[in-house]
Design a binder for this molecule. Structure first.
Ligand SMILES: Nc1ncnc2c1ncn2[C@@H]1O[C@H](COP(=O)(O)OP(=O)(O)O)[C@@H](O)[C@H]1O
Ligand SMILES: [Mg+2]
Length: 330
């Protein structure tokens, strides 16, 4: 069953263009000049119930705007979307009880109060029955390991702890659809991992539908099988995450560890040397020539260890964006 159905959705922001110079500013008082920013420029996609999809793209691609539309925070310029059969921007109470939006860069909890006060407010807003509320709260605080912290003012918590509280607040009413906008932004590695593990566990258990935006490919690789790539408000790719890697990874990485402390010279003829930490070195090599390159390396050098890796996904996706950008420039 399709949970999220988006068709030719557009959001164009009208922004006042500030003029340079005094005369222009004075003129601007009478004739305001606007320019339009096509933040979301006609996107269409469908997401099945229980799917967890990554929404990837560079800054300004239109990810947050899309999520805001799906959460009913803003109205579209044109196009349609339904989430669990609801048109988000109609803002029906019945829809509000079925989804949650978590924004890593925005605090939704009361800063000076303990998190549990914000949770109680959510209980009221979403009319969560008492016993259900208590059960959910126990479950979530346990899973996220923050049981002892819910009576402490939010401002005293670390960023990672606060993020976990945000997740609890979002999940108390058991939404069926969850929009996660950069939920691990700025977190240290340990907190990031905890959030990741929690989301994975929770999603598998509850089978909720999730759209996740993240700059951290670790999140994406750990959690999503499908990725929608957006750039300049348009969808550039929609499919299995592995496709992206296959389609764009024409190169692989050979990692060598030499028996001697020194890295020998002349490695450039085998591939592009890009990471040297003697006695280890990494070479970027076209996928097709991996076998003969390995054979040559092994016969010429005294090696302690050899490994072949895929390139990091970050790199592959960054390349896709530069490719689309230069396409656009032509
Ligand atoms: N409230 C707004 N008013 C005007 N322009 C906006 C507003 N919000 C976002 N934009 C612009 O819309 C584009 C998409 O932004 P956004 O959806 O936040 O991208 P992303 O989340 O992918 O970084 C950007 O060019 C951004 O500057
Ligand atoms: Mg954003």
């Amino acid at each position: 069953m399709i949970a999220i159905d988006v068709r030719d959705l557009r959001k164009t922001y009208r922004v006042y263009r500030k003029q340079e110079g005094l005369l222009a500013s004075i003129r601007g008082l009478f004739h305001r000049e606007y320019s339009s920013v096509p933040a979301v420029a006609g996107v269409s996609f469908q997401i099945e119930q229980g799917e967890m999809v990554a929404f990837l793209g560079p800054n300004g691609a239109g990810k947050t705007t899309t999520l805001k539309l799906l959460a009913g925070l803003i109205y579209p310029t044109s196009g349609t979307a339904t989430v669990l059969g609801h048109v988000p921007w109609k803002r029906e109470l019945s829809y509000r009880r079925q989804f949650a939006l978590v924004m890593g860069q925005k605090n939704q909890l009361w800063w000076d109060l303990p998190a549990q006060e914000s949770f109680r407010l959510h209980r009221e807003i979403y009319r969560i029955p008492d016993d259900q509320y208590q059960r959910r709260l126990d479950e979530l605080t346990e899973l996220l390991e923050v049981k002892k912290l819910i009576s402490q003012p939010v401002r005293e918590l670390s960023l990672g702890e606060r993020m976990r509280m945000e997740l609890i607040a979002a999940l108390l009413h058991s939404p069926d659809v969850l929009f996660l906008d950069e939920p691990t932004i700025g977190l240290d590695v340990v907190s990031q991992h905890k959030v990741q593990e929690f989301l994975k566990h929770y999603q598998q258990e509850q089978r909720i539908t999730v759209i996740l935006t993240s700059h951290y490919m670790k999140d994406v690789q750990a959690l999503c099988k499908r990725a929608i790539i957006i750039n300049g408000g348009e969808i550039k790719h929609d499919g299995p995450l592995s496709d992206i890697v296959d389609r764009f990874s024409t190169f692989k990485v050979i990692e060598l560890q030499f028996a001697e402390a020194q890295i020998p010279t002349g490695l450039e003829k085998f591939g592009q040397v890009f990471d040297q930490k003697a006695p280890r070195v990494k070479l970027r090599v076209p996928r097709k020539s991996i076998p003969e390159t390995l054979t040559a390396l092994l016969s010429q050098y005294d090696l302690e260890d050899v490994g072949v890796q895929d390139r990091p996904l970050e790199e592959v996706i960054a390349e896709m964006f530069t490719a689309t950008r230069s396409d656009a420039a032509e």
